[in-house]
Design a protein around this ligand. Sequence first.
Ligand SMILES: [Zn+2]
Length: 397
Amino acid sequence: MKNIQRFIRYAQIDTQADENSSTIPSTEKQKNLSSLLVNELKELGLSDAFMDEYGVVYGHLPGEGDKIGFNSHVDTALEVTGTNCQPKIIEKYDGKDIKLNEKYVLSAKQFPNLLKCVGKDLVVTNGESLLGADDKAGIAIIMSALEYFHKNPSEKHKNISVAFTPDEEIGLGSAHFDLNKMNADYAFTIDGSSIDCIDYENFNAASAKIFIRGVAVHPGEGKNTLINAILILNELISALPAKETPYDAKEDEGYWHINNLNGTSESAQLDMILRDFDELKLQQRILLINEIAGNLKKKYPKISVDVEIKRQYENMKPYVEKDPRPVQLAKKSLLKNGIAPRSTKIRGGTDGAAFSKMGLVTPNLGTGSYNHHGRYEYIVIQEFEKMVDVVIDMMRL
Ligand SMILES: [Zn+2]
C-alpha cells in the first residue's frame, strides 16, 4: 500500500487552478505540492531537481541510453473544490453502492465501469471534494517508479527526465514548458484513465468569435431600417450543419459547439469551438464559418460581421507517427506486464499534444483512475500499482 499512500499524501494538498487568475502559476498553492516534489525528487537521487520561475518542476536521473521523459500536472480541475480532500480506501469492493457521505453515493448503476473492479481495492472521495487522481495519480506513479531505482541501485536505467507542470486544467500546462530544461528524446504524459491505453490521437482545435453590429433605431420606427444583431446571429446558427454538434458526433467525428452567446439588438457576439481529428475537416469548418459570415454581409450590407479565428491545439498523431519509439516502448512494457495495449482517440487536447508540436513527441498513458473532474473520481489500486510496474519497465535499460 506504500505507493498509494504516496498518492493520498499528494491528494491532501489543495492545488486547484484558477482560470480567472493572471498570476503564474494561476494559484500560489500549487507550489506547495511542487516544492514538496522538488525535495522528494532530490531524496530519490535527482539531485538537480528544481522549480523554475513559472512553477514548473524539472529533475533528471542520469543513466544510459535514451533520454526518456515523464510528465504529470500538479493542478486539479475546477468543477468541484479540491480543498480538504480526504481520500478513503475501499478494500475488496463488493459491487454494491459506496456511500461517499450523506448526500452522494458512488454506484455501479450510474458508473457501470465499477463492475470491472469487483474484488479490487479502490480510493474514493468523501463526497465533499474531487479526488485529484487527475493528475496526482500520475505524479505518484512516476515518483514510485523513481523510488524503485533509488532502492535498487544495481538496476540499470535509461536517462530519466521528469517535469511536473501547473495549470494544465486551464489550458496553460504547456505555456511555460521548456524543452531544454526537460532534455528528453521523447516523453509521456501520465494523465489518462485505463492503463491499457496508449493515446496519441487528439482533436485539432480552433475557437471562433463572431461579432455582429446591427442597425439600431427605435423599434416603432424600425420598418425597413432596424436590423437586429440577435436575429442575425440566429440566422448564422441556423446555417450551421445541424447534425454536427457534440450531441450528434460519434467517437471519431468532430463538431462545432457554441459555448457563449450574448448581446443586444444593436450588437451581439457568439463564441464557439471547432473540433476535428482530421486537419482538413477542421479547415473546412473554419471556411464554412467565414462563408456564412460573408453571405450575411452580402445579404445585409448595412451590418458588420467580424470573425476572429484562433487555433488552439493540434492532433499529435502526425508527430508520433514520425517517431515510433515512445509508442513501441509503451507497448512492450504493457505486454510484459500482461496488459494488451490499445489506443483510443482523445476527444480533447493534452499537454503532450502541445509538447509534440514543440518537438518532443509525448503520447498519453493511463493512471488507473476514473470519473475525473468530480466527486465520483476513484482509483483502482491494483491498476495504479500495475502502472508503477509498467513505468519501471519503461525506465529500465
Ligand atoms: Zn489531467
